[in-house]
Design a protein. Structure first.
Length: 168
């Protein structure tokens, strides 16, 4: 399985991630609520707000996912942060980017994945809000809009913390 390419702003992204002090920190209600809503409203067994650092995908908040982190090479969200629109993978088994991914061929048996990039004020993609299912599927326009709106809540919180960090 090919790992996602590094974004052109990779160095700046990593510096901001460190500055925001979100990685390897305890769960927080604001993120947990949004992730639970994503799972419930999209009727998926798994959802997460993940951050992509140099070597891994780390889940700041997650529902239905045991592992707090995965190698960056296996991260669907590593692909999500490379685009402006949501990344929709209707059936991971038939997508050449993911068909041999260990998260598809083994637990948690990902089939469907949709992720929306979470960006800084300057547009750096720090991570993603994603919804995951164990069966192939599609989102309708309303479900897609719901996920984009929920990602906007997370993005607003991240950007607020960015402003606080800049003020320090």
């Amino acid at each position: 399985m090919p790992a996602a390419a590094l974004p052109p702003d990779h160095t700046e992204r990593l510096a901001l991630l460190r500055e925001l002090d979100l990685l390897d920190t305890p769960a927080e209600p604001v993120f947990d609520r949004v992730v639970r809503l994503a799972s419930c409203l999209l009727q998926v067994p798994m959802a997460a707000f993940s951050l992509i650092d140099a070597e891994r995908q780390w889940c700041k908040s997650r529902v239905g996912i045991e592992a707090a982190e995965t190698p960056r090479a296996d991260a669907f969200c590593g692909h999500t942060i490379l685009q402006d629109e949501p990344l929709v993978v209707p059936d991971a088994r038939s997508d050449p980017r993911f068909a041999r991914n260990p998260l598809v061929t083994g637990a948690p048996d990902i089939r469907f994945h949709v992720g929306v990039p979470v960006r800084s004020s300057d547009g750096l993609a720090l991570g993603a809000l994603c919804a995951i299912d164990v069966v192939p599927r599609q989102l309708d326009a309303e479900q897609n809009a719901v996920l984009v709106e929920l990602a906007a809540i997370i993005m607003r919180e991240v950007q607020y913390r960015e402003r606080l960090a800049a003020a320090r």
